[in-house]
Design a protein around this ligand. Structure first.
Ligand code: OAD
Length: 238
């Protein structure tokens, strides 16, 4: 596929892009939620009821993410950004639903984690995120040095609003192409971005091994894994 000098690319990624790095997706077989219902771990109510359980879950995810490496899909997106950003850094924007840090480790720069970051935490009261790679697998649970309240993962849980939706919509408004990779299209508002893009005549492309729930809104569905498809998706020769 050729990119013209007018093209601005908005990329939305989901758990599927990290699958080939060994991080389980949420809804596939062997998915993270198997054995743990989403409501048991990814809601503010679950944290209030049993913070130790929620922290042990996210500590395990930290442990897995630390040993994972970016794959050819992450690296391909970083290369596409490098190519487009030569002329204008604003020609590429990557919005990920993933909380792992594989995109940044692959070299992506104009990157937004709409569902938060696995390696950040914040006080439930003061609300300011800070870097945190610690594992909280046994008591005592971490508390805020300033106010003594509990520290929680800086993750957007069910029932909470994803981070910087205004910025996301502004970026989508300027995009000429929306490329969506490895997401089941079942969690909103991320799953609704393609509907907006469609209404504003932005070209929409999906990459993944199976059709997402919102497949009817895409112009192109490219069935294949991220590492098979992304490295050759765009012609970067010119
Ligand atoms: P899902 O687990 O719902 O979907 C993963 C998608 O990745 C599926 O559509 C798979 O077909 C696809 N997939 C699997 N292997 C792939 C590969 N090698 N290459 C490309 N695609 C592949 O994960 P998400 O859609 O990301 O939210 O889930 C969305 C949100 O639900 C997550 O961000 C998380 C979860 O609850 C929060 O934690 C707030």
């Amino acid at each position: 596929m050729r990119l013209t000098p007018q093209d601005r690319l908005f990329v939305l990624t989901g758990a599927g892009i990290s699958a080939e790095s060994g991080l389980a997706t949420f809804r596939g077989s062997g998915g993270l939620w198997n054995g743990h219902r989403v409501e048991e771990v990814a809601t503010p109510e679950a944290f209030q009821a049993d913070p130790a359980f929620v922290w042990s879950f996210y500590s395990a995810r930290r442990r897995n993410a630390v040993t994972a490496e970016p794959n050819a899909g992450h690296l391909a997106l970083a290369r596409i950004e490098e190519h487009l950003a030569k002329e204008d850094p604003d020609r590429f924007y990557l919005c990920t639903q993933n909380v792992d840090d594989l995109h940044e480790r692959a070299g992506s720069r104009n990157l937004h984690h709409m569902h938060g970051s696995l390696f950040q935490s914040r006080c439930v009261r003061c609300d300011k995120p800070f870097p945190d790679r610690a594992l909280y697998e046994a008591a005592p649970l971490p508390t805020c040095k300033d106010c003594g309240a509990l520290i929680r993962p800086h993750i957007v849980w069910f029932g909470e609003i994803p981070l910087d939706m205004d910025g996301i919509y502004a970026q989508l408004d300027r995009a000429t192409i929306l490329l969506v990779v490895g997401t089941s299209g079942s969690v909103y508002p991320a799953a609704g971005l393609v509907h907006i893009a469609r209404q504003q005549s932005t070209r929409t492309i999906y990459v993944g091994p199976e059709e997402p729930s919102n497949s009817f809104s895409f112009d192109h569905i490219l069935l294949g894994t991220a590492t098979q498809t992304l490295p050759t998706l765009f012609d970067l020769s010119s």
